[in-house]
Design a protein around this ligand. Structure first.
Ligand code: GLU
Length: 493
């Protein structure tokens, strides 16, 4: 464990859509810092924007985090000392603090109607001025304003941004960012329906929940000074702010991997469906904004917990490189124990409608382990093991640069050679077939090419000889007989 103080970090997604890799990266960094320092990782649902609320989104967030193995210590489902953890259940706190800002002279009631505001916006557009509140209600006498509120007039609470001076906000990755206060708006903090906007709700919660580090997307940089001003207005101690780099869409340049084609692959559960391991995904996103050194690229979650450091985070945009993801995923697949990999493969094989025989699954797992980059590829290269028969395309049974007749002879001879072997273990089988190829003046590639189609029905499969051993001598002979028949019936036509 590091010598840093136990960190309290929160992941605060809005349930406004599907859960994507950007959110997963933020959650990962939160989790890493919490685990490394022996602190807490908190899940807070920021659902105050009812217009953008998407039913089911919260469930997808939790399912994704659980699948990734990023378990939280406090959250809406499990509670915790600072409950509730869903902002829609915390309205009274936001109202209190908005009132508090008004009482301290850092906020004010605003009664401007939507019509007046839209009029104002139009005017500003015409004059090519930035859209900004003109301070109409800022000038109201506080007593009078209070009276209007008491009378039931509709109002919002705005932040009373200082007109003079400047504000410096310090981001861990970028250093101090200073803005002139005159460029900032009097932002609405509490809406007329009594619900807070992000700028209020998140600050109140981070303070109340004793958050030590705020990791969030760099889209919050423009309003970062406002957040600092709110902290200052309430005399609160600021957390350490970390704005994470943006993601660049994969460029159209270079060879596109098959995963580049769609748009859905940024969603965590879609990537799961596509056969990525949580380990591969975590490794990939960990390095989109953080690095350990120039060389090390393979990390397990435990290694990330150990090696993660705030100093190595960087603000440069992260390229979403799916080839890298495939690469990491393949590495993580190869590092799983075969039993573990078999467990992971099973649901993907079933998804393809295959009836999974456990004995065969155990036997083929080591064969696919070296060859797949995603779990769904196992069905492509090894699905045939679970079929009783294969249906080779007769034209594919003709060997490379060979005639049909030569292919028939080669297939028949293979039958004889295999039949004569007491067992078909890999070594004697391979040796015998190589001798046969030589005798027939064929390359091993030519002969194995025919046999691969005969035995597996496909051009790309698990290694041929090993696959034959798994399938067993009798079934191998049956398939070769069938291949001869297919070749001969073609020849007769
Ligand atoms: N609810 C905000 C979002 O989803 C969270 C930003 C933050 O972490 O403070 O963008």
């Amino acid at each position: 464990m590091s010598d840093l103080k136990p960190a309290r970090v929160r992941f605060a997604p809005s349930p406004t859509g599907r859960f994507h890799i950007g959110g997963a990266r933020t959650a990962l960094y939160d989790f890493l810092l919490a685990r490394q320092t022996g602190g807490q990782f908190i899940l807070r649902i920021e659902d105050t924007d009812r217009k953008r609320y998407v039913p089911g989104a919260e469930g997808e967030i939790m399912e994704s985090l659980r699948w990734l193995g990023l378990d939280w210590d406090e959250g809406p489902d499990i509670g915790g000392p600072y409950r509730p953890y869903r902002q829609s259940e915390r309205t009274e706190f936001y109202q209190q603090h908005a009132e508090n800002l008004v009482a301290r002279g850092h906020g004010y009631y605003c009664f401007c109607t939507p019509e007046r505001l839209s009029q104002l916006r139009k005017q500003q557009q015409k004059l090519k001025q930035p859209p900004r509140y003109d301070g109409h209600c800022r000038r109201l006498d506080p007593e009078e304003a209070r009276g209007r509120v008491a009378d039931g007039e509709s109002f919002v609470i705005r932040f009373k941004t200082p007109r003079e001076g400047s504000t410096t906000a310090v981001d861990l990755l970028r250093g101090p960012i200073t803005v002139e206060n005159s460029t900032l708006d009097d932002y609405i903090l509490l809406k007329s329906d009594g619900l807070p906007v992000y700028h209020l709700a998140a600050m109140v919660d981070d303070h109340m929940m004793k958050i030590s580090h705020v990791f969030r997307g760099s889209e919050w940089l423009p309003t970062f000074p406002l957040h600092v001003l709110i902290y200052e207005a309430l005399d609160w101690e600021q957390p350490i702010w970390v704005h994470l780099s943006i993601f660049l869409n994969p460029s159209g340049k270079g060879k596109m991997s098959k995963r580049d084609a769609g748009v859905n692959e940024i969603y965590v559960l879609d990537l799961k469906q596509m056969g990525y391991l949580p380990e591969g995904l975590l490794n990939w996103i960990a390095l989109m904004g953080w690095s350990y050194d120039d060389r090390t690229e393979f990390f397990t979650l435990d290694e990330l917990i150990e090696k993660f450091s705030l100093q190595k985070l960087h603000p440069s945009p992260a390229a979403v490189d799916y080839k890298k993801l495939d690469h990491f995923n393949g590495n993580h697949i190869r590092s799983l124990a075969p039993d573990e990999l078999a467990d992971r493969l099973r649901p993907y094989l079933k998804m393809e409608g295959l009836e999974v025989n456990e004995g065969i699954l155990q036997q083929i797992t080591p064969l696919v382990q070296e060859r797949i980059r995603t779990l769904d590829e196992a069905a492509d290269i090894a699905g045939f093991f679970f079929h009783k028969t294969v249906e080779p395309d007769p034209s594919e049974l003709i060997g490379k640069n060979m005639t049909r007749e030569e292919s028939i002879v080669a297939t028949r001879r293979s039958y004889e050679v295999i039949e004569s072997l007491p067992t078909i273990e890999v070594e004697p089988l391979e040796a015998a077939l190589r001798v046969l190829a030589e005798e027939m003046n064929l390359t091993a590639g030519q002969l194995f090419g025919i046999l691969r189609i005969a035995i597996t029905g496909q051009r790309i499969s698990t290694p041929l000889i090993e696959s034959m051993e798994v399938i067993g001598k009798q079934e191998v002979l049956n398939r070769i007989t069938r291949a001869v028949d297919l070749l001969e019936s073609q020849a007769e036509r």
